[in-house]
Design a protein around this ligand. Structure first.
Ligand code: CTP
Length: 411
């Protein structure tokens, strides 16, 4: 049994500080112990009480607190861990670190430590791109501090977008795990397996500026890719247009249309497992226009003639050459969820179907949670409502057990 790996998390004062609660929870689920230091500014965004409750450890905030110093001095705090993670690393905190300031507990610990430090910046894109911040980051890199992120995307402030978002929690965890003692990846349950996953919607062009689409967010497929990766698989994720960052350690192929998705899937074969989580458009525009459709006074709106798209799951399910050993489809239904999924299991020659109810009132399409039913030839398992990342982890463990059993049967 591996001894607990200890993280000292320094929480800076930015809006992304709230994500630390999820980070701590996920790290603890993976067997890390997490002790937190919060800056004064961080306390404006999350309370030490919440951080303490989630980490189940005392939270440190003050440099000159006699009780803290007697119990565990700031020098020991700096040394009693395997890795220091600064998240969110604000522009101010990075500037102080780059100049060796030590005017609060967080910066004093950072100056006193002999441990590795991983910084996860989060700030407004202009602050990140400002030459002063870039100078500080270059200096810190030269000093041996490693960085993860920032990710590119929408900011909390309206209308602001660019590099500055805190890296997503799974990406942070992957970065943390990679920086700690190398794990025996050969012993991981999906080591040496190739897992292929489709995810997100497809966009089918009407003309150069318009397209047909659906409400799929890609969250379930991206979570599956991260979960497969964390069990040691080589993962290829074929993703339609979604606003999600690449999961760490995963090969991501971004496509737009169903035809491109089928192409990318075929090229990525062979695979041990293929999971079709994408909400592929069933139809495309038969003849997309090469120029923008124009209105003209008094004329009828254009009629859009549709053509059927290839069914990617069905194509791969029925393939005789290179068919993955385990083919898993999803079924997005709004009625008769299980019965319809059972029909899809047969008609698409899948081994399992993960069925879910995507009626608008469930909030599943685009949301963070999912309630799924696993339909196989042997029966149906009903899983309770859970976060999409939990569905992903549970499903990938089921995949690993299944492949393990199959290998044992072959032997
Ligand atoms: N699928 C696919 N290619 C398509 C359509 C669907 O690979 N052109 C896959 C999906 O990724 C999913 C499964 O088939 O794994 C079922 O998708 P779903 O949208 O639930 O069903 P459809 O096959 O589109 O049928 P319907 O819309 O009639 O329910």
């Amino acid at each position: 049994m591996q001894s607990k790996r200890r993280i000292l998390l320094i929480i800076g004062g930015g809006i992304a500080a709230y994500k630390c609660l999820d980070l701590i929870r996920r790290l603890r689920e993976r067997g890390f112990s997490v002790r937190a230091i919060m800056t004064k500014a961080a306390e404006q965004f999350v309370t030490p009480l919440a951080v303490g409750a989630i980490s189940n450890e005392r939270v440190f905030t003050e440099l000159f607190n006699l009780d803290d110093e007697r119990e565990i001095g700031h020098i020991r705090l700096a040394r009693d861990c395997d890795l220091i993670v600064v998240a969110p690393a604000t522009a101010d905190l990075l500037a102080k670190m780059a100049h060796g300031q030590a005017n609060d507990l967080a910066t004093s610990v950072l100056l006193a430590t002999d441990k590795r430090v991983l910084a996860a910046p989060a700030m407004n894109p202009r602050m990140w791109l400002n030459p002063a911040t870039q100078r500080n980051v270059a200096q810190l890199k030269a000093d041996g501090i490693s960085f993860i992120g920032p990710a590119v995307g929408e900011m909390a402030e309206r209308g602001e977008a660019g590099p500055g978002r805190l890296a997503e929690v799974p990406v942070l965890i992957d970065a943390i795990e990679r920086r700690l003692a190398p794990r025996d990846t050969a012993a991981m349950p999906l080591a040496g397996r190739h897992v292929l996953i489709t995810s997100g919607p497809t966009h089918e062009p009407i003309d150069p500026v318009r397209y047909l689409a659906n409400r799929s967010s890609g969250k379930q497929g991206f979570a599956l890719a991260a979960a497969a990766r964390s069990l040691g698989a080589n993962v290829t994720l074929i993703a339609g247009p979604v606003a999600l960052p690449d999961p760490a350690g995963v090969t991501v192929v971004r496509i737009e249309t169903a035809a491109e998705m089928l192409d990318a899937v075929t090229q990525a074969l062979p695979a041990d497992v293929a999971i079709f989580a994408a909400a592929v458009a069933d139809w495309r525009i038969a003849k997309p226009k090469s120029e923008k459709l124009k209105k003209s006074a008094g004329s009828e709106p254009p009629a859009l003639k549709l053509a059927e798209n290839p069914d990617i799951l069905k194509t791969i399910g029925h393939r005789s050459k290179d068919r993955p050993r385990l083919v898993v489809g999803f079924a997005a239904e709004t009625e008769n969820v299980v019965a319809n999924a059972q029909k899809k299991l047969k008609s698409k020659a899948a081994d399992w179907i993960v069925a879910n109810d995507v009626s608008p009132e469930t909030g599943i399409m685009g949301g963070d949670r999912n309630t799924v039913h696993i339909v196989t030839r042997d029966g149906v398992e009903h899983w309770s409502d859970m976060h999409k990342t939990d569905v992903a982890e549970k499903l990938m463990v089921r995949v690993a057990i299944h492949l393990g059993q199959q290998s044992a049967d072959i032997a």
